[in-house]
Design a binder for this molecule. Structure first.
Ligand SMILES: Cc1ncc(COP(=O)(O)O)c(C=O)c1O
Length: 402
């Protein structure tokens, strides 16, 4: 099986057959969708169809979906565009205040730092609780008279914690504050209904729901004002300049439709698989525990943040790859010993450096089979034993820090 060693679905997903087919079809139609002649009809139609398919997946109107180059652009656009539309970068006497969660993706955190550096915005970075959740009351408590924007993700990419977006949206609506949600790890993985959740903008990326990389979009609620991030030829109803990536967008639409069809069954299967995987790991791997919510309903069903006491996750991941052809990520992007390189998510949740260095992020998906879970658990047990035997990859610093 081509994907039997793949346990990194939160990094990206394989491209599904429906997306590949749609991409091929759209590639044969080359006309610029902005052209007025008849040849452009097919490419215009491909964009319109994809917009409807994505809108159905998130329960929005199709005119509320704008295409981008992915999640990073969509997050940057929502944050900078919403503030610009409110005149926050002009000659205002009072600098704008922005609230983000500490566990956000770099595309949100870095955009916030940029606003701070270049536009003198005041940024509050909210600390989550030990399970990685930012509460609506914590957001409400951080609001100021000049708060112009709050950005909180729907599902965290490292531990899978679901955030109380509906409750946060309700608090912010009362005050007329723009609420942006990074939905990149949520759309396609859990049911997402923008009507019910009530945010103003939400980003998504096709490559997290079995579409191609380099394409995604932003849900912009009707009536919400955003300045463009990319100024240009007036595409996307004047909201984003640049000729649309028609073939990739068509593929994203097809992936959205397939995902929507499969989602109910996937949710059940992946929750069951996660329970099985937890059980297998507890049974076979000494010192294993899990970061994130106790209550598994508070976590995306495909994600497990696995901690193995005393074992260096970086060495374990390398061994799993080399010896067993298993691909898995670290809970942290650490490649050296600098504290700054540790996972900012796990740090914000209050984990020690040793605990973070012992954490693997395991994420499963559509092509994971039950037997793959057994192979993963067995391979992990073997690699942990090997590492313990040679004393290599063990967290020597653990005792000093804990
Ligand atoms: C939560 C989250 N937001 C944003 C992004 C960025 O999306 P993209 O890779 O499409 O730019 C990612 C990608 O890993 C993500 O996990």
């Amino acid at each position: 099986m081509p994907f039997d060693g793949y346990f990194d679905y939160n990094a990206t997903t394989p491209v599904c057959d429906e997306a590949v087919q749609a991409q091929r079809l759209a590639e044969t139609e080359f006309a610029n969708p902005s052209a007025k002649y008849g040849l452009a009809k097919k490419t215009k139609e491909a964009l319109a169809l994809a917009r409807e398919q994505v809108a159905r997946l998130i329960n929005s109107n199709s005119d509320e979906v704008a295409f981008t180059s992915g999640g990073t652009e969509a997050n940057n656009w929502a944050i900078k565009g919403a503030l610009a539309a409110q005149g926050a970068f002009g000659r205002r006497a009072e600098p704008a205040h922005v609230i983000v969660a500490q566990i956000e993706h770099a595309s949100v955190l870095e955009a916030a730092s940029y606003l701070e550096r270049i536009f003198d915005c005041e940024v509050t970075r909210l600390k989550p609780d030990a399970e990685g959740k930012v509460s609506a009351s914590a957001v409400a408590a951080a609001l100021k008279s000049n708060t112009r924007l709050v950005s909180v993700m729907l599902v965290n990419n490292e531990v899978g914690t679901l955030q109380p977006v509906r409750q946060i949206a309700a608090r912010l609506r009362e005050r007329g504050i723009h609420f942006h949600v990074d939905g990149v790890q949520a759309v396609g993985k859990i049911p997402v209904d923008v009507r019910e959740l009530g945010m103003d903008t939400m980003s998504f990326a096709a490559h997290k729901f079995y579409g191609p990389k380099g394409v995604g979009g932003l849900f912009v609620r009707r009536g919400v004002r955003l300045e463009p991030l990319l100024h240009g030829g007036g595409q996307e109803g004047g909201t984003r300049g640049g000729t649309e990536a028609v073939a990739s967008i068509a593929a994203m639409g097809a992936a959205a439709e397939a995902t929507q069809r499969m989602l109910p069954e996937m949710l059940l299967r992946l929750s069951r698989f996660r329970t099985i995987l937890r059980g297998l790991l507890v049974e076979r791997v000494p010192g294993v525990s899990f970061n994130g919510p106790e209550n598994q309903d508070a976590q995306a069903p495909n994600t497990l943040s696995v901690r193995i006491a005393g074992v260096r996750a970086e060495a374990l991941a390398a061994l799993l790859d080399q010896m067993h052809g298993i691909q898995v990520s670290l809970g942290s992007a650490c490649s050296n010993n600098k504290r700054a390189a540790l996972s900012h998510v796990l740090l914000a949740m209050g984990l020690s450096e040793a605990a973070i260095r012992s954490t693997l992020r395991v994420s499963i998906g559509r092509y994971t089979r039950e037997e793959d879970l057994h192979r993963f658990a067995e391979a992990t047990a073997q690699c942990v034993r090997a590492l313990q035997k040679i004393g290599n990859g063990v967290n020597h610093e653990r005792a000093a820090i804990a």
